[in-house]
Design a protein around this ligand. Structure first.
Ligand SMILES: Nc1ncnc2c1ncn2[C@@H]1O[C@H](COP(=O)(O)OP(=O)(O)O)[C@@H](O)[C@H]1O
Ligand SMILES: [Mg+2]
Length: 255
C-alpha cells in the first residue's frame, strides 16, 4: 500500500475576474521508502499541490489518503497521531525559524512540542538532530541570521525531523542555496531515506529531481502531463513539455 496518495486532487482559487485552476485532477502516489519528485515550471501548481499533501491547503475537490485513510476528517486534517507524520520544509527556511531564537532553542522547542521529554533531554535530542544535519554544537548556538543559507535550510530540516515524521515534503529546498550546500543537502536526504523516511521532493530544478527521485511527476498548468521512473522520464521523455524542460538543464547536450 502507498504511504500517501492523492486522488483527483483539484484546487481552484477565486480571484477577481475568474478562477485559477492551480491543481487540476491530479493523481499521485508516494510508496514507502521512496523519493518521489514533482517537477515543472514556476506557476505550474507544484507548491499548491504540496500544500494539499501536507494538509495545509484544503482541496476544492478530490482527496489525499495516508495508508489508505483520508487525511481529512470533517474540518480536521491529519488527526491525532497523524499530525506529526507529515512535515513540510520550504524554500525559505526563515519562515520556519524564529529570527530571535538560537537554532538549538528553536529545535529543542519543536522537540518538546512533539515528544514527551524534559527540557534537558529535548536539548540533547535537538543537538543530535542538528549534528546529523551537519550543524556543529558551536553553530547551533547562533541565531538564524548568523548561519549560511545551507545551514539554515539544514536547521529547518532538523526542526521538521523533531516530529519524527514518516514523510517529509520539501518544496524547492535547494533553490535558495549555493551548489555545494545543495550537494550536501541532497546527500543528507539520501541518508534520511536509508533511515526509513519517505520524501516528496518539489523542484523546478531537473538536476536535483534526477539525482534524488525514484519516480517523477511532471506538472504543467495544474496537471501531471507525464510520470514515470526517473530514468525513463529522463532517457525517454514522451511529452514535448518534458523534452523542453530537460533540454533546458544547464550542461545538457541534445543529440
Ligand atoms: N493563494 C492563492 N491565491 C490565488 N492564486 C494562487 C494562490 N496560490 C497560488 N496561486 C496561483 O496558482 C498557480 C500555481 O501556483 P504554485 O502552486 O505556487 O506554482 P509553483 O509552485 O509550481 O510555482 C499560480 O498561477 C499562482 O499564481
Ligand atoms: Mg512553488
Amino acid at each position: 500500500m502507498n504511504l500517501l496518495e492523492g486522488q483527483d486532487v483539484t484546487v481552484h482559487f477565486n480571484v477577481h475576474g475568474g478562477v485559477i485552476k492551480a491543481v487540476d485532477l491530479v493523481n499521485f502516489a508516494l510508496p514507502q521508502g521512496q523519493i518521489v519528485g514533482i517537477v515543472g515550471e514556476s506557476g505550474s501548481g507544484k507548491s499548491t499541490f504540496a500544500r494539499v499533501l501536507a494538509g495545509i491547503q484544503i482541496p476544492t475537490s478530490g482527496s489525499v489518503s495516508y495508508l489508505g485513510k483520508p487525511i481529512q476528517d470533517g474540518k480536521i486534517t491529519y488527526k491525532g497521531d497523524l499530525r506529526q507524520a507529515v512535515q513540510m520544509v520550504f524554500q525559505d527556511p526563515y519562515g520556519s525559524l524564529n529570527p530571535r531564537m538560537r537554532i538549538i532553542k528553536a529545535v529543542a522547542e519543536a522537540v518538546r512540542q512533539h515528544q514527551n521529554v524534559e527540557k534537558a533531554e529535548a536539548k540533547e535530542i535537538a543537538q543530535k538532530l542538528l549534528e546529523s544535519m551537519g550543524i556543529s554544537a558551536l553553530d547551533s548556538r547562533k541565531y538564524p541570521s548568523a548561519l549560511s543559507g545551507g545551514q539554515r535550510q539544514r536547521a529547518s530540516v532538523a526542526r521538521a525531523l523533531s516530529a519524527q515524521p514518516k514523510i517529509l515534503i520539501a518544496d524547492e529546498p535547494t533553490s535558495a542555496i549555493d551548489q555545494s550546500a545543495q550537494a550536501q543537502l541532497l546527500g543528507l536526504f539520501n541518508e534520511l531515506i536509508k533511515n526509513g523516511l519517505s520524501i516528496v521532493l518539489v523542484s523546478h530544478d531537473l538536476g536535483v529531481i534526477r539525482y534524488l527521485s525514484d519516480y517523477v511527476y511532471v506538472m504543467k498548468d495544474g496537471k501531471f502531463v507525464e510520470e514515470g521512473k526517473t530514468e525513463e522520464i529522463f532517457n525517454n521523455p514522451k511529452e514535448e513539455y518534458t523534452k523542453k524542460l530537460i533540454s533546458s538543464i544547464p550542461g545538457h547536450k541534445s543529440h
